[in-house]
Design a protein. Structure first.
Length: 159
């Protein structure tokens, strides 16, 4: 989600001012909720300030004002396929690391050098990706194929 605030692709109407990740998991309730990002990172202190001011802000809302805000928001919302951009950014990052020893561990660079891997570091590999109950499984196959892999079997919960 943070990456979506950094994308400067004109066809995606970016960069955006911020993004929100909605979290829900098996973890305790206090680990679920919303994560807010700008191009400067997370908004921990800002969110605390907003929450402290929320009751006063809410007092000023009217039904008419909320309807008007909803109408304006509906007019300015654009759907963006950020997953494709995020996937290509991941592929580019791995390719960059594959060709630059300063961006990866010595062991990983040695493996890449031995196999003479460049823009297709997963060429010939079939990957098994344990996504747990996370969202990583949504883009694992596209990233694998973008790096030359034969595709990915995504499993959950150690199936």
């Amino acid at each position: 989600m943070f990456n979506s605030t950094l994308t400067k692709s004109e066809d995606l109407l970016c960069p955006v001012d911020g993004s929100i990740m909605i979290r829900a998991s098996r973890l305790p309730y206090n680990r679920n909720g919303f994560k807010l990002f700008t191009d400067a990172g997370g908004l921990g202190k800002v969110v605390k300030d907003i929450l402290e001011r929320a009751p006063d802000i809410y007092k000023n809302f009217t039904d008419e004002g909320l309807r008007e805000a909803e109408r304006k928001a509906t007019q300015s919302v654009e759907r963006v396929d950020d997953m494709t951009v995020y996937t290509s950014d991941l592929v580019a990052a791995v390719r960059k690391a594959a060709g630059n020893s300063s961006l990866c561990s010595k062991e990983f660079f040695l493996i890449l050098t031995i196999f003479q891997i460049s823009d297709r570091p997963l060429d010939g590999f079939h990957i098994v990706f344990d996504a747990g109950n996370g969202a990583g499984g949504l883009f694992a196959d596209a990233v694998s194929r973008g790096l030359g892999g034969a595709g990915v079997d995504v499993i959950q919960y150690g199936e």
